[in-house]
Design a protein around this ligand. Sequence first.
Ligand SMILES: Cc1ncc(COP(=O)(O)O)c(C=O)c1O
Length: 327
Amino acid sequence: MITQTNHKETFRFVPATSVEIPPERVAALLKSEWELFTKQTGKSAEESKRSFKSLPLGVTSSFQHWDPYPISIVSAKGAWMTDVDGRELLDLSMGFGAMLAGHLNPTVVEEVKSSLETGMLFVTPSPISTDAAERICRRFVIDQVRFTNSGTESTMYAVRTARAATGKDGIVKVEGGYHGSYDPFVVSAKPPVDEIGDASNPIAHVPAGIVPGDIYVVSYNDADSLERIFEKSASKIACFIIEPVMENLGIVLPDAGYLERVRELCDEYNVVLIFDEVKTGLTAGHQGAAQRLGVIPDLITLAKSIGGGLTLAAFGGKKKYMDFVTN
Ligand SMILES: Cc1ncc(COP(=O)(O)O)c(C=O)c1O
C-alpha cells in the first residue's frame, strides 16, 4: 500500500499486512549474528580496548560507539572500506552522508593535491572563496553564504542571525531533532519516552549540564501544535529550526502540506524559518530538500556532503537576514 498523504516529491511505502516473528526466532537470529560478528572482528575488539585508554568511549565522536565494540577501519575507496581484520565491507553509511561523492573521489583528491601545492590558509580574501560561495549560492538558490567548520557552528550562527534579525531569543525545535551540540539543540534530541508527555504537547527534556535558554519543542508533521506555540509565545520566538526531511529519526517524510503550513505560520508570526540541511543538503536532492520540496526557508545550514569528506560547512539564505551578519 502507498499512502498519499506525504509530500508529492517524496515516496512513502507502508506495507498493508505484516507477519509476526516469534520472539524465540528473533533471539536465535541475534545470537548467531553476534557469534558471527565476534568471530570475524577480533582485531577490532583489540583496537577498541586500546582506544578506550586515550579516547572517551574509545571513539572520536560518541555516535561512533556501539556494543560490544565498533568495527575499526584502516582505509576506504569508493563505496568500500577495509577493516583491521582485512575484510572488505560495503559502506552503507558513507559518513552519515558526508562521503556522498565516495571515499577518495578522484575529483576531490585532485583538488586537495592542487591546494597543497598552492597554499593552505591565507586568512585574507581569495578568489577560491568567492568561487565556492558563488557555486553554493547558485546550487541552493540563496543570496549569500558564510562558511564555517561544522554543522554545529552553522546551526548556532543561523540561530544567532535569527535572533539579531527579530530582536527575540526563543527557539522552537522538533522533538527528536538533532542540530549539533550547542546547548539548545541537545534539548529533546533523544528524550526518555516516559518523561516527554503527549505527542501533541511535548515536554521539553533538558539533559543535565545543559543551559538551554528559551526553548520550545514540537512534534514533526504537527502544524497545529506549532500554531498553538506561536499563538502563545511568538513575541519571544526568534526562529523555528527543522530538518525539512527528518534524517535523525530514521527518515521521516513531511506530510503533504506540512512544510507549506510551517512557512505560512513563520511569516504570520515573524519567526525566522531555518532549514537544517546538514544531512539533507545533497542527499535529499542535488539542490537540497528545500528546492526539491518547493518550500523556501529564510536560512539554511549545510555541512557533511558539501565538503566531500573535508571539514567544510556553511549557513546562508536571504540577503535581508544575511545583512545581520554583515552588520
Ligand atoms: C541535521 C544535523 N544538524 C547538525 C549536525 C551537527 O553537525 P556537526 O557534527 O558537523 O557539528 C548534525 C550532525 O550529525 C546533523 O545531523
